[in-house]
Structure formats: structure tokens, C-alpha cells
Design a protein. Structure first.
Length: 340
């Protein structure tokens, strides 16, 4: 069976079983999805206080037998989970900061880091804002193909529902990920990381006492959470470590950017800022970019020519592939370090 067919088969099983449980347990689509994921992983339907009833248990058991998901590769499973999450966004009306990183963007971010980490003997990977785990597991799968040794992967989030979905997704993909339930702007409970990826939430951080610990904080009022998270990420990187972030295209052009621009030169090398195609976004203000930061040390240096540009339209495959090839060439000439 082709991978696309397997994805569709597994999505159908996940979706129908989730809707069945949603109705039987009077719960949200997301909570029912977590329950159906647990059922798949445990190999049986969980019953508590007589719910779901025997007839529904049989329906679910029959459904689960329709997909031999244990034989599917991680990417096939991840795509099926992503389709279920896209449906959850509609059904549960999920807020924007909790929505998953689109596949195309996750693939680009993953491809960029595979060039930097290939043949590493050991790699510690962290997603500071892991959410449902789509970005982290997409990057993890791509890195597995090129990293020679072990990858220790971690994800941090302060939303326990999102973390439960990330756990279900990584378990179904058989990717060993350690997930930590905490505010990513408090002292992190994970080791220093060689590589950090994150789709940064946009907005204000409400806890001013925590923000006071960061140089990128606002001079008055609440601080931008994505500014604080960039500083926290750099703090968490090992020497020469790389951070690849999805950020607003206007990151350095807002009135609030002053503190971050003041902090940046002494703490991180700004190596690249690549705008994603404007066609992906409803308006210019919503446009996102991929930001590449590197922590000093271990042979890292500020590149002479920062990689700036905008990806061509994804519809123009030849131009897009040419642009990606140019980025890869630039990375290999400028960013490869002595990190073991």
C-alpha cells in the first residue's frame, strides 16, 4: 500500500473513532482524539464507569482493525495525525496560537537543519513551544535519516491538552520524545540543546515578574512573548548551537523590537532571515519568516553575508528548488562548525 493510501486509511480510523468517542463521552474532538490514541497504543478500548457502552466498544474495536498502523512509517502516521488536528481546529474552534505548524513550513525548517546536523554522533533537540508536536516530530524524522548517533528530543509546553496530543502523536510514530509541562519562560527542566526549533506564539506574555528576568522585555507594560522566547532559546543552546524559529516577518521592524535589537549582538549571531511566500498568508501583517540564530563558541562565527530573502512561490517548483539549493550551499559554506 502506498504511503498516501496508508495516511488516508489511518486518518479515517482516527477520525471516525474520535467522532464515535466524542458522541459517546460527550467530550471535545481533541479529548476524544487523545482517548482514541490511548486505545490504539494500549491495543484495547478503555472503559470507565461503563462508558463507552459495549456496543460502542465493539464499533471501536472493529474500526481499529482497519489500519495496521504499527507497520506504517513515522511520516505516514504524523500526516494522519495532522489531518485529525486540522479537523479539530474546525470542530473545536481552536485559537490561532494552538494551531499546528503547516507541513510545508515544517519540512523546510527540517531540511535546513539536516544540512547542519548530518553525521553528528549525538544531538539534543528541543522545541520550546511544542504544541501538538507536528513541527518537532517532522524535524525529528528528517534528522533521523542523517544523524549518525542518538537524538535526544524534548518538547516544552504549558498546555496539558496540547502535550497529551504531542505524546500520542510521538508514541504512534514510535519517536522517543520527552515532553515537559511547564512555562517555557521559567527555568527549563531540560538539558542544554544543540538544536532548538520553535514556531513561536505571537502576543503578550502576562507574567511581568518572569519577563523581568529577560533583557528583551518591554520597558513598560507586558512584553512580547516571542521576544522573550528567543532570548530563552539562546540561553538554552550549547556553544555553537543553532536555533531555527518561525517568527513574524516584521520581527525587527516594530516599536517593541528595540530591546531585542540591543540584546542580540552580544548573545547570538543573526545568520539568516528568510521570508515565507506571501501567498501563504491572509495579509502582509500576518507574513512569517524563518529566523536562524547561532550561539557563539565551538567554531561558530558571524557570517559575512547574512542570508536574507523570500522564498519563491511554492507553485513555482523550479524557482523554489533553486532557492533552497542556494540556502543549502550558503549553510555549508558558512554555518558548519566543529560541534561534535
Amino acid at each position: 500500500m502506498l504511503s498516501q493510501e496508508q495516511t488516508e486509511t489511518l486518518f479515517k480510523v482516527l477520525d471516525e473513532s474520535t467522532m464515535t468517542l466524542q458522541s459517546a463521552l460527550s467530550t471535545s474532538y481533541l479529548d476524544a482524539f487523545i482517548e482514541t490514541g490511548d486505545n490504539l497504543l494500549n491495543g484495547q478500548v478503555q472503559v470507565e464507569d461503563g462508558r463507552p457502552e459495549a456496543k460502542v466498544v465493539q464499533q471501536l474495536t472493529d474500526l481499529y482493525q482497519q489500519a495496521d498502523w504499527q507497520t506504517y512509517d513515522a511520516e505516514t502516521v504524523r500526516r494522519a495525525v495532522q489531518l485529525a488536528m486540522l479537523k479539530a481546529i474546525r470542530v473545536d474552534d481552536i485559537q490561532a496560537n494552538h494551531q499546528l505548524t503547516p507541513d510545508t513550513i515544517a519540512y523546510i525548517m527540517g531540511y535546513l537543519v539536516t544540512r547542519l546536523e548530518k553525521n553528528k554522533q549525538h544531538l539534543t533537540l528541543l522545541d520550546l513551544t511544542v504544541g501538538t508536536g507536528n513541527l518537532l516530530t517532522a524535524v525529528f524524522s528528517q534528522l533521523k535519516a542523517v544523524v549518525a548517533g542518538k537524538i535526544d528530543a524534548y518538547g516544552v509546553d504549558n498546555d496539558d491538552t496540547m502535550l497529551a496530543i504531542a505524546q500520542t502523536s510521538s508514541d504512534l510514530q514510535r519517536l522517543p520524545v520527552e515532553l515537559i509541562h511547564q512555562d517555557a519562560l521559567e527555568q527549563l527542566l531540560v538539558p542544554a540543546s544543540d538544536l532548538i526549533v520553535a514556531d513561536l506564539p505571537i502576543g503578550y506574555y502576562p507574567i511581568d515578574e518572569n519577563a523581568a528576568n529577560y533583557q528583551t522585555r518591554a520597558t513598560s507594560g507586558h512584553s512580547f512573548v516571542h521576544h522573550l522566547l528567543l532570548e530563552q532559546a539562546v540561553n538554552q543552546l550549547t556553544e555553537g548551537g543553532i536555533g531555527v524559529f518561525l517568527v513574524p516577518s516584521q520581527l525587527f521592524q516594530t516599536d517593541e523590537a528595540h530591546g531585542m535589537l540591543k540584546w542580540l549582538p552580544g548573545h547570538a549571531y543573526l545568520q539568516g532571515l528568510l521570508n515565507l511566500p506571501s501567498e501563504l498568508f491572509a495579509n502582509a501583517n500576518a507574513q512569517k519568516a524563518i529566523l536562524i540564530l547561532q550561539k557563539p563558541g565551538a567554531g561558530a562565527k558571524q557570517v559575512e553575508q547574512v542570508m536574507l530573502g523570500e522564498f519563491p512561490s511554492f507553485k513555482n517548483q523550479s524557482a523554489f528548488q533553486k532557492f533552497v539549493a542556494e540556502i543549502v550551499q550558503w549553510e555549508e559554506q558558512n554555518l558548519l562548525t566543529d560541534r561534535a
